[in-house]
Each structure stands twice: as C-alpha cells, then as structure tokens.
Design a protein around this ligand. Structure first.
Ligand SMILES: Cc1ncc(COP(=O)(O)O)c(C=O)c1O
Length: 380
C-alpha cells in the first residue's frame, strides 16, 4: 500500500443552487426508488482504529447491485429535459412525455460493468435501444447483466480507456453517449452523472440526522475515474466541517493517486498492463470533469493491492453485507491502514479519539462466481 497525503487540501464550490433538489426529485420518481440502508459496523471498528464505522449499502440500489443508476438516470433526464426546451418535470421522465422525447434515440456508453447496466436499465425504462461497449476480459456475468436489460453489448479488444474512445466515436452515428468520464470536448453529461451521485450523501445525511448522529469524521471513497469521488467532494465541500476525504484505488489502476502525487494538478494516465479484481475501479485516466474537485478537496490518496479487497469482502460477508471487489474497497483501505500504518488516522489525518468513519459498499456480488470463491475462505 502507498499513501499520498494532500497537506494543501482546501474547500471547493458546492453544487449549484437547486441541483440537489432536482436530482432527488428525479430519483424519487424512478421505479423502485428507496433510500439504501445505512448500517453500523461498530463490531469491527475498534480493530481498525476508529470508534465507529458506518456502511452505506449501495448493493441494494434499484435491484441493480450497484450505485451507478443514480448518475446515469440524472444525466439522461437532463438530456431529455434539454430536448423539451426545459419543459420535462422529473415526475414525467419515466412516463409518456419522457418516452416521446426519447423516441428514436439510442443510448450508448463504455463500461467495466456497472455503469453500462445502469444506462441499459434507463434505456429499457424509456423503451429505447442501448449499445454498451465493454473492455476485453469483462466477465460473462457482467455482460449477461447488461444484456438482461435489453442492451446490445460489444466487446472491445482493448482496455477501458479504449472502450471509452469507441463509445465516443459512436456519437457520430447519432447515438447519445452517456459517458461517466469527462474528456476534451465532452464534459456536460459526466458533470450531470457526478451530480446524480449526490443522492447517496444526501440520504446518509438524512439518515444520520434522523438517528440524532453527527457527520462522519472521515469518508473513504473508492475511485475509478473519480466521478463518485467528485460527488463526495461536492457534498462535503467545506473542510472546516471537519470531514476528511480519502480516495481509494487499486494499485493496478491508481491514476488519481499518481496524478495527486505529481503535485501539479495535471491528471495522469497510468497503464501498467496489469489487471485488478476491482473491475469497477480499473480505469487508467481520471475524468477531466471530476479531477479538479478531487485534487483540491481530498486529504489522502491510497493505492492498494487486491488482497486487501478480498479480506474486506470476507469481513463484510461475515457481517451480513454482500459486497463485491470494488464495493469493499473502502473497508479494504481501512484494514490496510490499520495493519501497515497503525496510528496514522490519529497522527497523520488528525482524527479525534472517538472518530466515526464512513464507507460505501458501491456494489454487491456483480461477479457471483468470483464473489463466492473469495468469501468461501474464512476471515483471517
Ligand atoms: C462498484 C463501483 N464502485 C466505484 C466505482 C468508481 O466510480 P468512478 O469511476 O466514478 O470513480 C465504480 C465505477 O464503475 C464501480 O463500478
């Protein structure tokens, strides 16, 4: 495990006025919407150097096994709203008016699994086709999950970044590309996707308020291109509130870590020619629209080996939480820190003695065979 501490982390602008209300209205109107559970894992907190540990279980979101539909749905809503000249209410999105506006469109994106399933799900609700590009080596279970939403899946002979380029080319074929990563000349839709993820943090905040509990002292966010991390940065935009943010990546695809460590604010691409079991985080290039907020606001960047994720999955399984390889990454980094850098949270990150940590299980068993093989091994 490697760490990079950002001693110059600072506040950033929050999301534009009214955005969160808009996002929440869109999500509440979607079929199957319900806040996902916020669980207490205090039983294992002590051994990890914190007083309490909260887990938000996104494996339950919309029955899709991952959080990604929050971003894709909001982005597609905004596309249709624009098409309607601003006259599509959130409650009309998945209904006659939304379907009429969507008629004739085809949605497309690149994915390592979860985002593609989310885009295909929205396309199915709108009764329009979708074409989803996946990198070479995507496991059959993830491809089947995307196909189960009615999408055509195209396997690209290349990595995730190459799949993104293929999907981008498709815009020329009159497809609407719903990419979760921003790149030169393509920033609006990724920006909406980032805003869509705000629902997770808003729900957490309500759940804590209802329980009479205060905000967490530290939040661990797993990152692929950093869109989800940027939503955390937007929500916890003011560091004087006392919330530290930790960005967690697999060693084999630690583009945000390397970019932060370079220290000049310029995002870097990494390409080690290796894979990680954390497929959702297997991205080599930070999103252009997410990176500035993550670089400024995050306090710590962690690059870690895959075995920590396996261990975290076993602990979560023992606690009754089904969490996949990328889903368990937040807990994995906490375990790695407690073993390799004991005392770092209090001395390095200056967390209080009664620190409350928050992790988000961003996916359930999206590769069921791999999940079973990993959690069969007893916890160490
Ligand atoms: C399960 C899971 N967790 C986390 C992430 C990371 O999100 P982002 O790419 O926005 O950093 C992904 C991305 O696909 C994912 O599938």
């Amino acid at each position: 495990m490697e760490l990079f501490q950002n001693h110059n982390s600072s506040g950033i602008r929050g999301c534009p006025e009214g955005t969160l209300d808009d996002v929440l209205r869109v999500h509440r109107a979607l079929p199957g919407y319900a806040p996902t559970p916020l669980l207490s894992l205090d039983g294992i907190a002590g051994s990890l150097g914190v007083k309490s540990l909260l887990l938000k279980d996104e494996g339950m979101r919309f029955g899709l096994k991952a959080f990604k539909a929050l971003g894709a749905s909001y982005a597609v809503y905004r596309v249709l709203r624009e098409k309607s000249g601003g006259r599509l209410e959130p409650e009309e999105f998945i209904g006659t008016k939304g379907r009429e506006l969507a008629d004739g469109l085809t949605l497309s994106c690149a994915t390592d699994g979860n985002h593609g399933r989310a885009v295909a799900w929205i396309a199915r609700l709108l009764e329009i086709p979708s074409v989803i590009y996946v990198p070479r080596g995507t496991v059959p279970a993830r491809i089947a999950a995307i196909q189960s939403e009615g999408a055509r899946v195209v396997v690209i002979d290349g990595d995730y970044d190459e799949a993104v380029r293929h999907a981008a080319d498709e815009a020329k074929n009159k497809r609407v590309v719903i990419a979760d990563t921003g790149y030169s000349g393509y920033t609006t839709i990724p920006w909406y996707i980032q805003q869509g993820y705000l629902t997770i943090f808003s729900e957490i905040s309500c759940q804590l308020k209802k329980a009479g509990e205060k905000s967490p002292d530290v939040v661990f966010i797993q990152a692929g291109v950093g869109a989800f991390a940027s939503a955390a940065a937007m929500f916890f935009n003011d560091p004087s509130d006392g919330v530290r943010l930790v960005c967690v990546e697999p060693r084999a695809a630690d583009c945000l870590f390397r970019s932060a460590k370079a220290g000049d604010g310029i995002p870097r691409t990494v390409s080690y020619g290796k894979n990680t079991i954390m497929a959702g985080l297997n991205c080599g290039t930070p999103s252009l629209t997410a990176w500035p907020a993550v670089y400024k606001r995050f306090d710590l960047f962690v690059s870690m080996e895959d075995h920590w994720a396996k261990e975290a999955m076993r602990h979560l399984a023992a606690a009754g939480v089904v969490s996949g390889e990328s889903g368990a990454a937040g807990l994995a980094s906490l375990i790695a820190l407690s073993r390799k850098k004991p005392g770092f949270l209090s001395k390095g990150l200056h967390l209080p003695d009664d620190a409350r940590a928050l992790i988000i299980s961003t996916e359930a068993d999206t590769d069921p065979d791999s999940y079973r093989r990993i959690v069969e091994v007893p916890c160490s």
